[in-house]
Ligand binder design. Structure first.
Ligand code: CP3
Length: 357
């Protein structure tokens, strides 16, 4: 008996089910009805509805309140029409569960005071128990899965990027602190990255257990490394991380910025989908990771200009994908706070219309 012949369960609306499927199908490089699109940092400060919530709750308060976290996660799904939701959290969200003091400062970002910059401080970190440390986020995942018309992406920071925050206590443009530790105290560096790999494996397992359908690893600072340093000092940790989460069977997206020269090594570490930033042409980036799906890679600042420029550059990105299976349209990095949400909405429609098959 087929369910579609049962009048009590009408066939799902084809448009709705196509929207629900296209992101995960593209991750697996299967044919899609239209190229899926979502935006890194889609749930953030570019949306007036988010800003209204931020008037009364901080980022840490939002992530500690599963109902509010669900609401913020779903804002871009409803308002922009994107094909995937990304859990509203931060790459630093698991750190308090390791005993790391965390503050998210307006206009600055995460601040860790005191920083975790000695072997003694690393040894004193607490083992991470996800149920205890991030239970409101896990509950939010369950709530979002009930309400979302599109797949939910979980995420975590990659160990090198997280370590760069722990060592200096805040963002550092050239990652000088962590790179200097890597050279002067390689054992301390390895101890820190190992602890972060353990935590991230546990954190991702908990997210998948609660219901996320794909996971993105953000290695935002990895582009500060030479291929020599990446291969020797970071790749072994990334391999262990991917090996620890691959058995869960959800698609994994591996994203770095400024990492055009590292793409082949990043793909070697793992990831079903490789995220590309805008500093490399999409087809050039794809040719370096030919057996993977790719995600990207419109320059986020294109959206700060007039619509005609957004359209021109988006078509340029799409032309390089040439309709190949396995392209997920995204920006090359997060949505900038000054972005006009109307540009984002029009961009979602443009990607779908241009690629409808
Ligand atoms: O839709 C989404 O993607 C929202 C969820 C999300 C946030 N941070 C919320 C957030 C995600 C995926 C992140 C990832 C993140 N956080 C990264 C990796 C991506 C990247 O941008 O490279 C990094 C490096 C961080 C660390 C971080 N957190 C910074 C540098 C900042 C300050 C800069 C900024 O964009 O505001 C944060 C704070 C933060 N994380 C905000 C949001 C919405 C702003 C907090 C606020 O509302 O004031």
């Amino acid at each position: 008996m087929t369910t579609t012949s049962d009048p009590a369960t009408p066939a799902p609306c084809p448009a709705a089910s196509a929207r629900a499927d296209r992101f995960l199908r593209a991750c697996r490089r299967e044919p899609v009805d239209a190229t899926p699109v979502w935006f890194m940092r889609q749930a953030g400060r570019s949306l007036p509805a988010y800003r209204a919530i931020r008037q009364r709750a901080s980022l840490l308060e939002i992530t500690a309140d599963s109902a509010l976290c669900t609401q913020v996660t779903l804002q871009p799904v409803v308002q922009l029409g994107v094909d995937a939701a990304i859990l509203f959290a931060d790459i630093t969200s698991p750190l308090p569960g390791m005993g790391v003091p965390l503050e998210i400062r307006e206009g600055v970002g995460p601040v860790i005071d005191p920083p975790v910059d000695t072997l003694a401080a690393i040894r004193a970190l607490r083992p991470f128990d996800a149920e205890e440390a991030v239970s409101p986020l896990l509950e939010a995942i369950r709530l979002i899965r009930r309400e979302s018309p599109v797949p939910l992406i979980g995420f975590a920071g990659a160990p090198f990027t997280l370590a760069s925050y722990l060592i200096t206590g805040r963002s550092s443009r050239d990652a000088e602190g962590i790179k200097s530790l890597m050279r002067t105290e390689p054992q301390t560096f390895d101890a820190l990255l190992s602890r972060l790999v353990d935590t991230t494996i546990a954190y991702v397992h908990a997210q998948v257990g609660a219901g996320v359908q794909a996971v993105q690893l953000f290695d935002s600072w990895v582009g500060t490394l030479s291929p020599f340093d990446y291969e020797r000092s970071v790749l072994p940790h990334m391999r262990r991380l991917f090996a620890g989460i691959e058995p869960r069977g959800v698609p994994l997206i591996h994203f770095g910025t400024g990492s055009a020269g590292l793409l082949a090594l990043q793909a070697e570490a793992g990831g079903d989908v490789i995220g590309l930033d805008w500093r490399i042409a999409l087809d050039d980036g794809w040719s370096r990771v030919p057996d993977r799906a790719v995600q990207g890679n419109l320059d986020p600042t294109a959206l700060l200009g007039p619509w005609s420029g957004v359209e021109e550059q988006a078509r340029w990105v799409l032309a390089q994908a040439r309709g190949r299976a396995g392209h997920i349209f995204n920006l090359g990095h997060g949505v900038l706070p000054a972005t006009d949400p109307d540009h984002l909405r029009r961009l979602v429609d443009l990607v779908h219309e241009e690629t409808a098959r």
